[in-house]
Design a protein around this ligand. Sequence first.
Ligand code: SF4
Ligand code: SF4
Length: 801
Amino acid sequence: MATVIERIKRGHFWTFHGGIHPPQQKFFTSDKPIRAVSIPDQLILPLQQHIGIPAELQVKVGDKVLKGQTLTQSAHPMAVPIHAPTSGTITAIKNSVIAHPSGLSELCLFITPDFEDKWRKRHICTNFNQLTNHQLIEKISAAGISGMGGAGFPTQVKVSTREDIQYLIINAAECEPYITADDLLIREHSPSILDGINILDNILSPRHILIGIEDNKPQAIKALQQATADNEKISVCVLPTKYPTGGEKQLIQILTGQEVPTGVLPSSLGIVMQNIATCFAIADAVINDIPLIKRVVTVSGQALEKPQNVWSLLGTPVGYLLAQCGYLNKDKKHIIMGGPMMGYSLPTDQVPVVKTTNCILAPTEKEISSPYSTGSKEVECIRCGQCSDVCPSQLLPQELQWSAKAKDQQQLEKLNLFDCIECGACAYVCPSQIPLVHYYRVAKSEIRQQKQLDIKAEHAKVRFEARKERLARDKIAREEKHKAAAAARKARMNSGTAAGNSEISAVAAALARVKAKKAGQAQSAQSSISEAQETLPRNTDNGQKSQVAAAIARAKAKKLAAQTNSSPEASSETTNISNDTESPIDNKKAKISAAVAKAKAKKLAEKSASLINSSSTTDKEASNTLNSDVDTQAPADDKKAKISSAITKAKAKKLVDKSVTLASEIETKTPAADKKSKIAAAVAKAKAKKLASQQEKTRVSVDSNSSNNTVANTEVDVQNPADEKKAKIAAAVAKAKAKKLASQQEKIRVSVDSNLSNNQVANTDVDVQNPANAKKAKIAAAVAKAKAKKLASQQEKSEST
Ligand code: SF4
Ligand code: SF4
């Protein structure tokens, strides 16, 4: 049996299942050299342009960057860094639409070029053969190289394999229609490509290096053969054109006859495959210290005036490239990233060129049939089976489509959905114009998402179980520890030693402390409850009752004070009588009589003051009594309180009337006061003021006492909850009336004050200017005496009450 190499040398290759022969359409660009395009006004660099995870940002908005400067970096093998394609300023870091079939947005760096294209410092390697494998891999990793054929797998991971590599396969098949980027790159840069292959050879040390290229690229084949003529290890394998020969599994099968099973990496079969453009990038990175910042892109399609291959900086918006190639379609319809078979339509021409972009297609309406034409309309599957006939992965595309529509993920996995390389051969041949690849991509995305969720849920479950076990372990350990400690303590206590006895005492003391603490806590809780019970009612009903009682007490005190002040009334009456009668009176006797009357009036005023003091005490007691009465017999005493208030009111009114009358009489009958009478009036007024002040003090005292009385009343309230409502009503009524009385009383006091002063003036006048009739003076004195006596008796009654 001929070996692989013998077959290859004879030009005999294996083949793969299915495949198609679509029109090549490579002539649009294959005859034109690669052209450099100018730097665009803005570069958009997605942080992730490969399979794996994005690296961490190393720059921020506003930073100036140099060409080739590292923008992202990570130690993770699946995180590939990106670099500044030219010098300029980071103007934004935000989400933007990326080159992906999903059309979703991802985090991108926006660079505004300064058009100086200034490089960072570079280290040119003159002889890469002197570098170790580690150094070579480091350089490849630092340059941010990932597979440039379309998959974007991190190159450093591929070349870091420790497997014994039999075949290093260089993929130059470029099987998809329209695309000629690799063809032109080989033609123009075969020496650099060969350097890249040699670097890989140094790293991987494969037994054979096979370059697979389709026979539709004669110039490239020739260039490769010339470049590799001196290297027997390298074989340029010219393959028959058939789509999709460039598929990894398909090319491996064609060249080696080996089928790569599902879920198995080619490296485990001793095979590593690299794209021809990746080889060029590796050479640039290792030798010239140029990271992956540009690539060859085929810009083709009949909607362009000048389709051609261009050196495009990564991050260049597709619209800019199309404009450079004379894009005619003003509507910007059908811009496809990738070839017509595996590419996908772009939602906007602002999508940037990335590391995996090998083609931008701008076809006309007529140019591309089936999935890409707006005229194509999907109809039901007619089960013709053509799709399965052409599937290179030997799948059942129609069944995959049904399951994808039904979102039957289990069935999709059973049908080996993930073996689909999304070559689009099935969709190309489908007479029902079903965009089959679209269904597969969506289904794959959903399954991946679900798997991520399952993995997360599984991790959470594992963490939960681990925590549960840990808690159980800790609990058991704690219990065992306590048991051991208790046993040891018991043993010590039973040992009868001094230490054991001391421990027994300590335990007993601790127990006693615990009991004492518990007792203290119970006591403090009890006192808190009692305090709360006492405080609460004080602020509610009985507070009002006390206030009512205090108001009543104040009213009584005022009444007494008013009655006391009525003694000047008698004097004034006497004076008036003296003024009316003009009989010749013994001047001396009259003077004596007036002086006696005045003294009595003074005495009465003093008595009144003391009476107010005593009445406040009496009223305080009365208030207590009243409060308790209100609390215990509220409904009955409500009526009494009303009567009492009414009587007080009437008396106060009468007193006011009398005072007013008396004052007016004195005013009209008494001539102008001389100096003495003014002094006497001032003295009388001062006394009246003093009385008012004492009365006020008494009221304050009664108020405070009434609040104290509330404590006693609380107990009554607590004991008689049934009377609570009625007592509240009675108290409220009494309070209102007392308030009204207090107001009237205040008015009376003001009036009496003024009358009292007038009377004193009148008395003085009598003494000095009118030697009164002794008889009348005697009568007046007797009246004053009688009233004073009456007041004293009232005082006694009040005190006894
Ligand atoms: S090619 Fe299209 S119509 Fe025919 S079986 Fe496949 S999916 Fe159905
Ligand atoms: S796209 Fe998938 S299912 Fe369709 S032919 Fe290609 S590999 Fe087969």
